[in-house]
Write a protein that binds this ligand. Sequence first.
Ligand code: CDP
Length: 251
Amino acid sequence: MDEKKVELLKDGKRISGRAFDELREVKIKLGVLDEADGSSYIEWGNNKVIVGVYGPKEVIPRHMENPSKAILKCNYSMVTFCSKEEHGKMGPNRRSVELSKVIREALEGIVETNLFPRTQIEIYMVVLEADAGTRIASFLGAVAALLDAGIPIKDIAVGIAAGKVGGKVVVDLDKDEDNFGEADFPVALTRTGDILLLQMDGKLTKEEVEEALGLIFEKSEVLLSKLREAVEEKYSKEVVKELKFSNKIIK
Ligand code: CDP
């Protein structure tokens, strides 16, 4: 057990200089892969993630077909050089299998799979650089790439984490805060406030969970704006209108 004590707050600010409710900078770009049906590149603080969406297409192997809907195949992976930590060999591991699963389950809550029976939609998320929060950055990148692919979704959704560092509830933990803080609480939610993913590492009281969720809802609007800007940049204001793209989270 690592007993190392790290001061995560100084003069009422986080060591990065961010306020408790301040997100790291987020940039989203659509259409970064020529061969994919939809793609995105996302920088979120020091995280860098690229996402490719392929399909709807024939299901392989055939026996996995679902006669009433498309199946989603999600693959989250990290490149071996994405952080200073040792990653060993490339290829799936316990964590990447878990993250692929929770992201798939979250996306199943929004993709209109019923429109594409007997097909599969593949979503590959590759973390090029990691600095905590890669599952939510990958989820956000996946939503962006699905929009780019023109795959209908029931509601726009974003991923965002809150947590606790130095006794304070804060939004969007970076690596030091994730390593030495008291709790990390990643969530994915739709614009209408449905929770698609919710995990917690560490401990929060009931009041802290409520405070964290409050921050998550409030700051999700920043991410919705970033998504809208990315769609507007590649397509047009009309497409944004068609997608009923509002920044307001409806609770
Ligand atoms: O990335 P996320 O916060 O969603 O997941 P995590 O399992 O809580 O990992 C936190 C961070 O630890 C990652 O974002 C990476 O910066 C780092 N990490 C890593 O570099 N290599 C791993 N095999 C696992 C985690």
